[in-house]
Design a binder for this molecule. Structure first.
Ligand code: SF4
Ligand code: SF4
Length: 441
């Protein structure tokens, strides 16, 4: 059989409605099959700690093959995977249509889903409930209390011991006023559709943009207004479901999908571009939900209407409808491309936008920072998360930048933490904030 595939990769839908998907014995057999192929290949060894965990188990087994690894140890491989999709999207030559049909992230997700049904820690349920926790924490006094608790060494030690949230992980603050209650309505600009871009935008704020860093969503609105693009806030939004997906909570994903998709589908059918300022959330609508609901027309329509903000802005420029008069030079930006942007297969749109700004040098680091949404927060994975990020921390510090920036605000915080002393005097700034600054608005 031919090594590797020369054809464009395709992805099979997630077969989660098939009772066989949930059969532990069948899932274990599939894990063993794919682990065997990976052991013979080992190409992904430096992507994350999932593959080294697997290969160490194989190398320590009596047969030096996957059949010598105790099945009970398969879970330790699955636990290391945070479903970034990089192995599938950027490395693996055996993905479909290759007959070996290796979809490593999907077999990990299947194993996680089976484990989730068998019971999951309270900590994991809490961390994946970003909307519910955000609603609670965004109450003004509660926000200040949560932020104070997160900064206090004694309470962090308690959180570490009781909940398993690592005491050294720098956590994002909660804003006392959420984005959706403070967002400015759009001026009444005329709708100018471009060849590649709808001329009106529906903003899906995301849990992070709504509760943690409303500034990045406000920056998006300011950029849209500056470019005379009329916008609305999505009428009613819940979490996209990515944190639940990463935990294997497919019922949780299903329930959020039932809340979001009917609302978003109306915007998609009314000709809006839907913009989400956090890459994990746009990826959820562009890829993960369509793979779970391949026959649901509304889900597919939302996937087609969903844009990363920079994908939209750069295409808007192509349409001749983006203002490119920038008034502020930004100096050196160390810009990190998060995995969930990379796997959207749209090219480096944020870099392209930042490079339009005169007097601005962009150093691009395209490598996993090792945080993921909630994985790097957990006590048992924190050390590995810092280890995976080490090359990124070093490369981001190298140009002695004025700014550290990533489309993923969680990755940016993690990178600043990992840079340690090298982060002194460097400003962490989201690319949307940088563009707003460059426009001088
Ligand atoms: S999906 Fe990401 S974390 Fe999981 S095995 Fe692949 S590269 Fe590693
Ligand atoms: S996922 Fe593909 S490329 Fe990576 S180790 Fe396995 S077979 Fe090799």
């Amino acid at each position: 059989m031919r090594e590797g595939s020369l054809e464009a990769p395709t992805r099979h839908p997630l077969d989660w409605k098939n009772p066989e998907f949930w059969d532990p014995a069948k899932a274990e057999k599939e894990l063993e099959r794919i682990f065997g192929i990976c052991h013979g290949c080992r190409r992904c060894v430096n992507l994350c700690t999932t593959f080294p965990t697997l290969f160490d188990l194989v190398d320590a087994s009596p047969t030096l093959e996957v059949d010598g690894v105790a099945k009970a140890d398969f879970g330790s491989v699955v636990d290391q995977c945070y479903l970034c999709d990089l192995c599938y999207m950027t490395k693996c030559p055996y993905v479909p249509p290759h007959p070996w049909n290796v979809d490593f992230p999907h077999v990990m997700l299947r194993a996680k889903a089976i484990k989730f049904r068998q019971g999951v820690k309270l900590r994991d349920r809490l961390l994946s409930s970003t909307d519910a926790i955000g609603k609670l924490a965004a109450i003004p006094v509660v926000a200040q209390t949560v932020n104070a608790v997160n900064r206090n060494a004694i309470s962090r030690q308690v959180l570490h011991s009781v909940l398993g949230v690592h005491k050294d992980r720098e956590l994002p603050p909660y804003a006392s006023r959420k984005f959706r209650s403070t967002a400015k309505p759009s001026p009444a600009f005329p709708v100018r559709d471009g060849k590649n871009t709808p001329g009106k935008v529906a903003v899906y704020a995301t849990c992070y943009g709504n509760y943690n860093e409303p500034g990045l969503a406000h920056d998006l609105l300011a950029i849209l207004e500056h470019n005379e693009i009329p916008y609305v806030l999505v009428e009613k939004e819940a979490c996209c479901g990515m944190p639940k997906l990463e935990l294997g909570d497919l019922q949780g994903v299903d329930s959020l999908k039932k809340q979001n998709i009917p609302v978003l589908a109306r915007y998609a059918r009314d000709g809006y571009a839907i913009l989400a300022p956090v890459p994990s959330c746009s990826l959820m609508y562009k890829q993960e939900l369509p793979l779970m609901y391949p026959e649901d027309a509304d889900t597919l329509a939302v996937g087609d209407a969903m844009f990363d903000p920079f994908e939209y802005l750069v295409m808007r420029r192509k349409d001749g409808l983006l203002k490119t008069a920038f008034v502020t030079r930004l100096g050196k930006i160390a810009y990190h491309v998060p995995c969930h942007s990379r796997v959207q297969n749209m090219g480096q749109k944020t870099r392209e936008a930042l490079e339009m700004i005169p007097g601005t040098e962009v150093k691009v680091v395209e490598r996993c920072s090792g945080h993921d949404g909630t994985w790097g927060v957990k006590a048992e994975y924190f050390d590995n998360s810092m280890k995976i990020g080490r090359p990124v921390f070093r490369q981001m510090a190298e140009p002695k930048p004025d700014y550290v920036s990533s489309d993923c605000p969680i990755a940016a915080r993690h990178i600043m933490q990992g840079m340690g002393e090298a982060a002194a005097g460097v400003e962490k700034s989201h690319p949307l904030a940088l563009v707003r600054k460059a426009y001088g608005i």
